[in-house]
Design a protein around this ligand. Structure first.
Ligand code: SF4
Length: 978
């Protein structure tokens, strides 16, 4: 089919669809969204779209645009954006939603369009900078990319040549991409991946991982009958725009919404049942609901019989090999009998009758029970991982896993395509700083403990990248981070790769300016409904100029100043690390088409789209485009819109060869691994001793794919937890939080810090003037009863909040929207820069930073105020209060099992003292070491508890997996040799 025939067919289709809905008085977008979207530009006209210029009104002046898709980078949802590129100036005029994106379906939250503010921020970093004074002194000189690249590459090359692989660490905040950097680190042969996940979602992830072998929920909200959110997920949080629109769809279809949130959040206001429990008691409530459902027989017996690993549980825990299912059911009734509604009421402060009412609603869901916990209670509490685990218990009782309207595991609704030249090697050395043996079951790297672990292990990093990551501000105990970063014996070279100024970059050796959402390439796929999609982030001005037949070879040619993208940066850096290929690294970044040349970005993504995305080559061909052209034009592609019940699928005959079935029903086969377009990753299921590969599990005589867990079943009982020293926690149960009333002094209250205002995002949106105007501060939520008790008379009065490490001062907000006896403070405010430092002015206070020994203070000198810049709006700033950086005063609270930082704080609240000013912070880092040691004492180290002499269960997730030998603990290896 040629272009013009195809266009005419498309036009006919569009006209027919339009006629149908316009007949009903509506407008319609006939794209991948498959929902009613009003007034989106038809994609056939994206190349030359005409709008009237709003600023010229009442004159009718036409503006012509190229509409170029990209992906938002302001949270992990990766919603589609459409950049409106002015055809005359070739500048971006605005960002709107991309109706071709199956996840976000044309919609965005406020942060998506505010990308425009970020790219036009008058203070943005436009050139590579090198420090010229002491580290942290605030003196910078502009350097060339060549100079920075050579300096960094030279150090990495020397470290690798001297077998100091563990001294190269890449620490990522917002990844915003799938697999590019993991591939690179594997190619370098370093176990140097470090994430922010343990200050984010490790708690909930661990709860899911030990059930399903996959670590995220993917609820099918649109088709649910009952939705449970342990979060303020309708207004903010992980995947919230794609999820929020589907939650509302579900509600419109009659779903009941149950929200657990101690605050009256905007999400809670939309709930049919809002529960405001004492923080940390959520698991007790879920167990009470489970107990009631079990006793009342309101669970899916067949699902439990087929898919839970109850046989293993009965054999090991009850010493009943071959027990009948009925025996197990009897045991199940017993094991949860203590979790009555009365008990849950005592723990949560919610009356038993309300809990029974909610239990009844849950029990009506059947397999249409969509539930979600990501941060919230899962990341606030000691044992928070049991919140996700007990919530999943409800799904598992109802059989509502991987069902329409139920909750899917993430990996089945996500598609990470196989890239070209995938490294075959695994790092040989284990990195003890990121994966310490005291936390063998930590879901992800123990990144927030770095300052303490580095000291404990007397470790040193030669090259430390922080990439879109701001640990000084984001992590607890930020002053310890400053102490570490300014110690040149610990950190040889700190390279901050960031699109915006941040509190960590002030303590770098190089600051490298990276692109925003419309200035870089990335590939993403996230589990947002029962389907799979990929989305392509791209430098929109590059795509626009290429439409005009310009040849662009480097993203810096179109980005402002010398802003680069990481993809091209890493390729260039890798070539400089291994210029002659002698380290065996360069080959992974060489062109397949032109041997001996660098791989280009077009080739990298072109190869993926040609070879690894099912259906894309055909869809592109139908439009007369190459797959790369298709993705540059539309920005997203849906691979499947119904994934279904993967665990129930039969293993194909060609994967069954010389099969062995073990006593647990696990099926192993000698058939070769069939080629897959998907990148390998995730859980690693062991082969058997004879070298057969596990392909499935036998259930009622059929060989099915099952779950990627050690047993192939859903693990109600976790042998991993049992064998690694936590037998008492191996089934879903309740752990009393560190802020449980039993653990508080009489004058302490819990402080909730795990929420944010919906229009700000971590540390990358303070340079968005529109967002700053909407929300710029973070007062203390306090109930009138508590305000009265501590002597705060009115909203706005200053309060001092005392934590384990020190105190912070802020304004109060007296509200009945918080449970009495609990306080709350959003963590997304209080950005700062030290006096005398260069940097951003929007949304950032200037502070005096003082240190005397271990005593630190931060005192605001200047808040928000108008300033002259290239943007006249900066003279219109009317707000002054920019909030407080409370995380500086938080001690580290690593959960001994999941490794999650348990964010909630036990605090004392009092009226501000004489001399206190809003934004003041005072901390003694001497106390933070004591807190670290207190929590360390709760761990059960691999040295003592490992059942097999390894550092960590091999099957568990690992972003970059070292080779098998590296898993062995050194002491065991030595004694074995003796
Ligand atoms: S939810 Fe908002 S910030 Fe997140 S990707 Fe979507 S538009 Fe961007």
């Amino acid at each position: 089919m040629n272009d013009s025939t195809h266009l005419s067919e498309l036009n006919q289709r569009v006209s027919a669809a339009k006629a149908e809905v316009e007949g009903r008085g509506e407008t319609f977008y006939p794209g991948a969204s498959r929902i009613h979207l009003a007034s989106y530009p038809p994609r056939e006209r994206w190349n030359d779209w005409v709008e009237l210029d709003s600023k010229s009104w009442p004159e009718r002046v036409e503006k012509r645009y190229m509409l170029v898709p990209t992906t938002c980078f302001n949270c992990e949802s990766a919603c589609g954006l459409l950049a409106y590129v002015d055809r005359e100036t070739l500048q971006v005029r605005k960002f709107e939603g991309n109706p071709e994106h199956p996840g976000s379906r044309g919609r965005n939250c406020a942060k998506g369009p505010a990308t425009l503010n970020q790219i036009t921020d008058p203070d943005r970093i436009l050139y590579p900078l090198k420090r010229s004074g002491r580290r942290g002194e605030g003196k910078w000189e502009q350097v060339s990319w060549d100079e920075a690249l050579d300096a960094i590459a030279g150090r990495i090359r020397t470290a690798l040549q001297e077998d100091r692989h563990e001294e190269v660490v890449y620490h990522v905040g917002r990844p915003g991409e799938d697999g590019y950097t993991e591939r690179m680190l594997a190619a370098w042969g370093v176990d140097g991946h470090n994430s922010h996940t343990n200050v984010c979602s490790s708690g909930a992830r661990a709860g899911y991982h030990w059930w399903m072998g996959m670590d995220r929920p993917s609820p099918d909200f649109s088709n649910a009958k009952v939705i449970v959110l342990v979060s303020s997920h309708l207004e903010t949080g992980h995947y919230f725009n794609p999820h929020a629109q589907r939650i509302i769809e579900g509600k419109k279809n009659g779903a009941k919404l149950i929200v657990f949130d101690t605050r009256l959040s905007n999400t809670a206001t939309h709930a049919d049942h809002w529960l405001s429990p004492y923080p940390g008691s959520e698991a007790a409530i879920f167990l009470a609901i489970a107990n009631w459902m079990i006793r009342e027989g309101k669970y899916d017996r067949e699902f439990v019989r087929r898919w839970w690993n109850w046989q293993e549980y009965m054999e090991v825990v009850n010493d009943e090999p071959g027990a009948s299912f009925e025996n197990f059911e009897e045991h199940l009734r017993e094991v949860y009998s203590e979790f009555t509604f009365e008990y849950a009421a005592t723990e949560s402060g919610i009356d038993a009758a309300t809990l029974l009412e909610v239990a009844k609603v849950v029990s009506t869901a059947g397999t249409r029970f969509a539930s979600h916990n990501w941060r919230s209670a899962g990341s606030g509490n000691l044992g928070g991982w049991q919140v996700a685990r007990t919530l999943t218990l409800l799904n598992a009782l109802l059989g509502a896993l991987a069902t329409e309207g139920g909750t899917f595991p993430n990996s089945w609704n996500k598609f990470t395509p196989r890239p070209p030249r995938l490294p075959h090697q695994h790092p040989k050395k284990w990195n003890e700083v990121t994966w310490p043996r005291e936390y063998p079951l930590a879901l992800m790297e123990m990144s927030f403990l770095m300052p303490h672990l580095m000291k404990d292990q007397d470790a040193r990093l030669d090259v430390y990248f922080t990439r879109v990551y701001n640990p000084v501000w984001t992590n607890p105990d930020g002053f310890s981070w400053i102490e570490m970063l300014t110690d040149e014996d610990r950190i040889g070279l700190h390279v901050a790769m960031t699109p915006t100024w941040n509190e960590t970059a002030y303590f770098a050796d190089y600051i490298l300016p990276m692109g925003h959402a419309s200035e870089r390439h990335d590939l993403t796929s996230y589990e947002q409904y029962n389907g799979q999609w990929i989305a392509f982030r791209q430098p929109v001005l590059r795509a626009a100029r290429e439409r005009l037949d310009e040849k662009i070879t480097d993203t810096r040619q179109v980005n402002p100043g010398e802003v680069w993208e990481e993809n091209e940066f890493w390729i260039d850096l890798t070539w400089r690390i291994d210029p002659d290929g002698s380290l065996g690294i360069r080959e992974f970044f060489e062109s397949k088409k032109v041997p001996g040349e660098k791989m280009t970005i077009d080739e990298y993504y072109g190869w993926i789209f040609d070879n690894s995305v099912p259906g894309l080559p055909e869809a592109s061909a139908a439009e007369g485009l190459t797959p790369l052209e298709y993705m540059r034009r539309y920005g997203a592609f849906e691979i499947s819109n119904k994934v279904g019940r993967v665990h129930e699928q039969s293993v194909p005959d060609n994967e069954l060869e010389d099969v062995r079935v073990d006593e647990m029903g696990r099926v192993y086969s000698r058939a070769p691994i069939p080629p897959s377009p998907k990148a390998p990753g995730g859980t690693k299921i062991d082969d058997d001793e004879d070298g057969r590969r596990r392909v499935g599990v036998r259930v009622d005589g059929e060989i099915l794919k099952g779950w990627p867990t050690p047993t192939g079943k859903l693990e109600f009982w976790s042998r991993t937890l049992h064998d690694w020293g936590w037998p008492e926690l191996a089934i879903p149960t309740y752990i009393k939080s560190h802020i449980h009333p039993e653990n508080l002094e009489s004058d302490q209250v819990p402080l909730i810090t795990t929420f944010r205002v919906p229009v700000q995002i971590h540390t990358r949106s303070a340079n968005s003037k529109w967002l700053d105007e909407i929300a710029h501060t973070n007062p203390l939520w306090i109930h009138p009863i508590d305000a009265d008790r501590v002597g705060i008379s009115k909203t706005g009065d200053l309060v001092r909040v005392e934590t384990e490490l020190g105190y912070f001062v802020l304004k109060s907000w007296i509200t009945e929207g918080i449970r009495p006896g609990v306080a709350a403070c959003s963590h997304h405010m209080g950005r700062w820069k030290p006096e005398g430092h260069k940097g951003q002015r929007l949304g950032i206070s200037t502070v005096a930073l003082n240190q005397e020994g271990s005593e630190w203070s931060l005192t605001p000198r200047k808040g928000g105020e108008p300033f002259a810049s290239s943007d006249p709006d900066t003279m219109r700033i009317w707000w002054t209060d920019l909030g407080v950086h409370q995380n500086l005063t938080h001690a580290v609270h690593p959960d001994p099992i999941s490794g999650q930082h348990c964010w909630h704080q036990a605090v004392r609240i009092c009226p501000a003292k004489e001399g206190d000013r809003a934004g003041d912070v005072s901390v003694d880092t001497g106390k933070s070491q004591a807190a670290y040691e207190k929590w360390l004492a709760m761990t059960r180290s691999a040295d003592r508890y490992s059942p097999d002499g390894t550092r960590r269960p091999y099957w568990m997730l690992r972003p970059v997996r070292p080779e098998r030998d590296a898993y062995h603990l050194p002491l065991k290896t030595e004694s074995a040799e003796v």
